[in-house]
Design a protein around this ligand. Structure first.
Ligand code: GCV
Length: 674
């Protein structure tokens, strides 16, 4: 282990641990201020390094200290080159954000050991739920052609502490494990390595059948086990520090061990045994549900709790933040509080599948933090989702991990909406330190990406910090969920029909003459509340104590149900949508008030998108409340924004986009803001 002391004057702002310099020109269509890093193509080199002899346990392999030497220079101490690199990026960030004070020592150690991006990118360059163009990975050009974006991507990730990336979609094409593709993956792994980023792959559980023509992919079959062992050996011979696998099994049509009467543990352990000698891990997803179930929200616990303790120690169960599917608001997944002897990690969605794709400005950190800060009460107070996934509740901190499904594509601004980059940035910062506030992170990002001008920072931070709650209000307030038009998940479609009952909005909102909402209570409902520990179980079970934000998640209530503020449920819904519409509209004026601080291109693009966001807010209200009105027979209050379309018009509207694209603004229903 090399132990490094790194000294540099504060004026030296850039570093790299890479000896490679980035000499290729940026593509012509790149704007030059694409990322928070500024000019990230500048060649940079490490300077003034010294090797120390004593390993500092507190810092581990990725932490660092920064303090001042006699000459007043900042000094970064780390055990490793990775720690040194993170320290230098940290120092750069402090400087750029005007937060650099060296009056006391700074010590930073990442909270989660594995801080991983999940790409849902396909070999044919489409990106499932990707709203920023095509895949960044140009498989057809690799391994021969190396694009400058690969290293830019690595630098951006390194600057926020990301140390792993799963390159391909969890709906995995078996071809990713062929020699041909592994040679391509190797090129990316080589580029990312100097930035302390490991590559991982999603695997297709039926690969032995697809790639080797075996009769089965049964995880207990000797030939199958042999095939995986050999495949893994081949991978590590090409990529010696390969991170491991992400697996979506027996979920949404993907193959898995249950196809052969085996369990998730049988499947995960077979792969885990294969990668174990090389230090690899397996992230096995708990995103499972079946159309027959009366309550999809309960299934992860039903399937995984009985398997607690059966998984190998290099398996981590990857759990989406909520029990259904990345909705604008869900309670935390109860599975976070149900396993005693199994490693678990959270999966957050950075790409805005359900939050307006890359047309809406929605800063997601408050949503993720709501989940991480939620108390599961598994071992009494303080068993938060963060503590559970950091391994602090059960004392297995060596396998702590967190994943984010990325919003990155080959768009000139990387994420489709210029403000969506903040979510990539925030995910990395949160994985490094889940205690950071939404405000601190967003201010850092604004200052590094735009300007430190006070007024600009204050206005834009306010817009972004309120945007997630605004989105909940204008899309699915008060615990409503999955009222989308499928399969693109962009606009509203509470009436929508599908091939599966659990893909239909009616399965979730249950709107009828007698009221609305999903009864998950213990006495009359599906008893999903009992998957939560006390005091949450009783809190959610009782309509009087259930938080308003989750009311219709847990309760089915009559339209004229009296809310605490005296309004009926129907009125409360109308006025909450109205609040969402008002907030979305207010962002336009706020943005206009800071025009002088932004370049014309970004100003215009963001303005256009904010206008559409406000129009979409009215569209959501119109569709949802006009649909519900058929059952409630109640009027939308006169002081609410008037509806602009009839229910029939909205039902006839077809967006006609795939699951791989963001809708162009001119394809969306016409709305006016006057
Ligand atoms: C990758 C949701 C999305 C799917 C996604 C799936 C998953 O159902 O709509 O596109 O598939 O989640 O997380 O596996």
């Amino acid at each position: 282990m090399r132990i490094v002391k790194y000294v540099f004057g504060l004026s030296v702002a850039l570093l790299a641990m890479s000896s490679q310099s980035c000499t290729q020109a940026r593509p012509e269509n790149k704007s030059g201020h694409d990322l928070w890093l500024g000019d990230i193509t500048a060649p940079v080199t490490a300077k003034n390094t010294e090797f120390l002899s004593k390993y500092d346990k507190e810092l581990g392999d990725e932490g660092f200290r920064i303090s001042k030497n006699d000459k007043g220079e900042a000094v970064i101490y780390a055990n490793t080159e990775a720690g040194l690199m993170y320290g230098t990026y940290h120092l750069k960030r402090l400087g750029e954000c005007g937060n650099l004070k060296l009056d006391k020592e700074i010590v930073e150690v990442p909270a989660f050991k594995y801080r991983i991006l999940n790409h849902w990118d396909n070999p044919n360059l489409t990106v499932e739920r990707g709203y920023a163009g095509k895949s960044l990975w140009k498989w057809e050009e690799l391994p021969g052609t190396i694009r400058p974006e690969y290293e830019e991507y690595a630098r951006a990730n390194a600057s926020i502490g990301i140390n792993g990336t799963v390159l391909n979609n969890v709906n995995a094409d078996p071809c990713m494990l062929t020699r041909e593709y592994l040679e391509k993956v190797k090129v990316l792994a080589d580029i990312f390595r100097p930035y302390n980023i490991k590559v991982y792959l999603s695997l297709n559980f039926a690969a032995p059948k697809h790639l080797a023509g075996l009769k089965t992919s049964d995880p207990l079959d000797k030939e199958v086990i042999k095939w995986w062992n050999e495949k893994v050996a081949e991978i590590y011979s090409i990529i010696p520090d390969f991170g491991g696998f992400l697996v979506k099994a027996n979920s949404e049509g993907q193959s898995g061990p249950q196809d052969y009467g085996r369990t998730h543990a049988d499947g995960a352990n077979m792969i885990a045994d294969a990668v174990k000698p090389y230090g690899g891990i397996v992230m096995w997803r708990a995103f499972v549900y079946a159309p027959e179930s009366k309550d999809r929200a309960k299934q992860a616990v039903e399937e995984f709790k009985p398997l607690d303790g059966q998984f190998r120690d290099n398996v981590i169960i990857q759990i989406k933040n909520g029990p259904v599917d990345f909705q604008p608001r869900e309670p935390f997944s109860p599975l976070f509080g149900q396993l005693d002897n199994t490693n678990i990690m959270a999966e957050m969605q950075i790409t805005q599948e359900y939050l307006g794709h890359s047309n809406h400005m929605v800063y997601l950190h408050p949503m993720w933090k709501e989940c991480l800060d939620a108390d599961t009460y598994q071992k009494g107070e303080g068993s938060t989702v963060a503590a559970e996934t950091l391994g602090k509740v059960h004392g297995n901190t060596d396998m702590s991990a967190i994943a984010g499904v990325t919003n990155i594509g080959d768009d000139y601004n990387w994420c489709g909406h210029p403000m969506a980059q903040a979510n990539w940035y925030a995910f990395g910062r949160m994985a490094w330190n889940p205690e950071l506030s939404s405000q601190q992170i967003v201010e850092e990002w604004i200052k590094q990406t735009f300007t430190s001008e006070k007024k600009f920072v204050a206005v834009v931070a306010t817009m972004m910090l309120t945007s997630r709650e605004a989105c909940v209000k204008y899309e699915m307030p008060m615990g409503l969920h999955h009222t989308f038009k499928g399969p693109d998940h962009y606009g509203p479609g509470p009436w929508d029909r599908s091939s599966r009952p659990d893909w239909e909005p009616a399965y979730y909102h249950k709107a009828a003459a007698d009221g609305v909402g999903f009864d998950r209570t213990s006495k009359t409902g599906t008893d999903a509340v009992s998957q939560y520990h006390e005091p949450l179980r009783s809190l959610y079970d009782n309509v009087e104590t259930c938080p308003k934000e989750l009311l219709l998640w847990f309760h089915h209530l009559p339209w004229d149900y009296k809310m605490k503020d005296g309004k009926t449920l129907w009125e409360e819904l109308c006025y909450t949508f109205e609040d969402g519409i008002r907030e979305a509209r207010s962002y336009i004026g706020m943005w206009e008030s800071v025009e002088e601080y932004v370049d014309a291109d970004r100003y215009a693009l963001i303005h256009e998108k904010l206008v559409r966001q406000a129009k979409d807010a009215i569209w959501w209200r119109d569709a949802t409340m006009l649909y519900f009105q058929q059952y409630s027979k109640m009027e939308i209050p006169a002081d609410c924004t008037p509806t602009q379309h009839t229910l029939d018009e909205l039902r006839r509207f077809r967006l006609g986009i795939t699951n791989y694209e963001n809708p162009a603004i001119d394809r969306l229903p016409e709305y006016t803001l006057e």
